[in-house]
Design a protein around this ligand. Sequence first.
Ligand code: APR
Length: 227
Amino acid sequence: MLNLVVLTGAGVSAESGIPTFRGKEGLWKNFKPEELATPEAFRRNPKLVWEWYDWRRQIISKAEPNKAHKLLAQLNAVIITQNVDGLHQRAGAKKVIELHGNIWRVRCTNCGKEYENYEVPLREIPPKCKFCNGLLRPAVVWFGECLPLDALEEAERLAKSCEVFLVVGTSGVVYPAGLLPFVAKQHGAKVVEINPESTPISEIADIVIREKASVGVEKFIRTMLNL
Ligand code: APR
């Protein structure tokens, strides 16, 4: 069996109606990351940050996994994702490594407890901890914060040991996630990129499939896995 590992970004969820970050209608075109996705921004104005996450949770709660999510879930491969939307898991993927956390989890800034919260819309903004009534924050990774170490180490280990590293729907400009295709390449893997646009990863990719995820993943499965 082919030792395949997959890395995904916002592009894989674009066809589910979830905006990407840096595309034409991308979130960072309309919002300032420094005001919404940094620990400093949260300290300054937790209400503003939570209003934005509540808005994103409402969009994601209405979204369904698309064909790309479903096809990737059928591949017996580990999916390393930068996405916080949980759509890979909802599509049935069993082995998902979340590098940037999950929008359906919250963490208390007082007692540190982390738990799932699917309230849409949030009854109270900012929401409070169900254990200690402390201020909750989204359990996602903000700019300037470290990734969960166990997830990052596992992702690097998999990138170093795979035969094929499939990259779907990421601009590859956010690190350390954007380094993983280069790590895989350095350790002898074939790098395959699926993205309608070129990215820094295109430079090192052995195969580039210039398609949207739903079309590109199907093409990959048919041509490369002959499935
Ligand atoms: N199918 C495949 N790829 C697509 C599609 C699609 N339907 N639509 C857009 N794309 C591609 C774009 O061409 C772009 O290269 O998806 C990529 C999305 O890039 P970004 O918006 O930069 O998202 P991502 O790479 O996931 O961002 C990384 O940045 O803002 C932070 O934490 C956030 O996890 C995120 C990280």
